[in-house]
Design a protein around this ligand. Structure first.
Ligand code: GAP
Length: 452
């Protein structure tokens, strides 16, 4: 990372804490590596992202249903899926400083790997380190009660495939979508929330006939790219990596990674994978329960194939913040220049949609009118009322929070400068800082379509 990008990342991390987007988990006790808490603005941003994904991927489609599986599942699930035996990263220890690192991420000089912590080349041979967190179910702590915190949400969908198929009587192709927590005991959590130990996934398993697989893989890749554009991430910041046969899972007939240009490098946001019939077949074999589908047209029974777009909530939130962060030099009416920090979120993703400000806080009529505006908008979009400090300061605070609109109630609103401006307000636009005058009764009609 160059000095400029390191500095940019530092500013983003510091803004996240200062404005209540993201805090270190358990901070007062020194934190817990790889775990993060979302503050008041962060939780709104995250919720907007998840709600929009859910809307696009399930409610606006006839062919996708939702579900919400449990985090703890029968250990047999993880044996059958292959996670118990193979969900691991190669790990090495540094004999000099006792640091522990992922073997595939070690720096190299003259063809020899060295410790990123102390520089020593005295490293152990790589060993497989299983990334699943172990836990025990019930009062006894032994092999019989052992299970894991799920490392992905997908398996709950596979094991419920037959139940959903039977209750919905869907025809192929159709999908099951889920959003939920996943846990991985990452060897080196890093890059802020990018690689965490507790995170959320938004996953779709889209079941199809084998002959539809390749076409649907391309279809879902394109759908997912459109999704990122719809949340404000421009296509030119997104990269599609076609994973070679040698690098993808042995059962996959095609995998694409959707990557984003983070300040710390181009990194994966989502995987779109054609997983064939691997998962359903594994569960069918291990459980002895059929996972097949009967095609009435061809009168054939077969195990469906699946396309899986699997996105990370936290990584996408981080991409949204990195993408939105901007600094610009602005000059006020008195000729004074200052740096304006602004988060240019797409209004659809912005945590707060509109700030509402009475020009003065000690004027009862202004405050009452501003409260009326809040009541009018609040039912439909998340607004924030602020009466403290100079109006310019209040605008700046909302710029930093990424609020796309600001409404100011002033003496014109009260009709003090003539009846024609009575019940009109100033609408300020975050990005251009332009202001316009419009009647209060037109506000909702103007803002609603922008933030939906
Ligand atoms: N079911 C397939 C699956 O889980 P994955 O590529 O391991 O595939 C999917 O994970 C997505 O989950 C990733 O693209 C990423 O966005 C997110 N993800 C995975 N590990 C993560 C971690 N340690 N921290 C944050 N997000 C993670």
């Amino acid at each position: 990372m160059s000095e400029a990008t390191t500095r940019r990342m530092e500013k983003i991390v510091s803004l996240c804490k200062r404005r209540g987007f993201i805090f270190q988990s358990s901070e007062i006790y020194g934190g817990l590596n790889g775990c993060w808490d979302y503050g008041p603005l962060g939780v709104e941003l995250k919720r907007n992202l998840k709600d929009f994904w859910w809307r696009r991927m399930t409610r606006e489609r006839d062919d996708v249903l939702g579900m919400d599986g449990s985090i703890l599942m029968n250990r047999q699930v993880w044996k059958a899926s292959g996670h118990e035996d193979t969900f691991s990263d190669p790990m090495v220890d540094c004999r000099a400083c006792k640091g522990r690192f992922r073997a595939d991420q070690l720096p190299e000089k003259d063809g020899e790997k060295f410790c990123p912590n102390c520089g020593s080349r005295d490293l152990t041979e790589p060993r497989a380190f299983n990334l699943m967190f172990k836990t025990y179910v019930g009062a006894t702590e032994d092999e019989t009660s052992l299970t894991y915190l799920r490392p992905e949400t997908a398996q709950a969908i596979f094991v419920q495939f037959k139940n959903v198929l039977e209750m919905s009587r869907k025809k192929l192709p159709f999908g099951i979508a889920q959003i939920g927590k996943a846990f991985r005991n990452e060897i080196n959590p890093r890059n802020f929330t990018f690689r965490s130990r507790e995170f959320e996934q938004m996953e779709l398993e889209y079941f199809c006939k084998p002959e539809q697989g390749q076409e649907l893989l391309k279809y879902w890749l394109e759908e997912r790219l459109k999704f990122y554009e719809a949340i404000g991430i421009p296509r030119d910041k997104l990269h599609v990596k076609n994973i070679s046969e040698a690098d993808r899972a042995f059962y996959s007939k095609g995998t694409f990674d959707i990557e984003y240009e983070f300040p710390f490098g181009i990194q994966e946001l989502e995987g779109v994978a054609y997983r064939t019939d691997y998962d359903l077949t594994q569960h069918q074999n291990a459980s002895g329960k059929p996972m097949d589908y009967y095609d009435e047209e061809t009168r054939q029974r077969f195990v469906p194939h699946v396309i899986e777009p699997s996105a990370g909530v936290d990584r996408t939130v981080l991409a949204l913040i990195c993408n939105a962060y901007d600094e610009e030099t602005v000059t006020d009416e008195k000729g004074k220049t200052e740096t304006r920090v602004v988060l240019r979120f797409h209004p659809r993703m912005a945590p707060i949609k509109c700030g509402v400000f009475p020009l003065l806080k000690n004027n009862e009529a202004l405050v009452a009118k501003a409260r009326e505006v809040v009541a009018l908008l609040r039912e439909h979009l998340f607004v924030f009322y602020d009466e403290t400090g100079a109006i310019g300061r209040r605008y700046r605070r909302q710029d930093e929070a990424g609020t796309p609109f600001g409404v100011t109630v002033d003496f014109d609103t009260l009709g003090e400068r003539g009846p024609e401006l009575l019940d009109t307000v100033t609408l300020r636009h975050r990005d251009s800082m332009k202001q316009e005058r419009l009647p209060i009764k037109e506000l909702l009609g103007r803002l609603s379509p922008e933030v939906r």
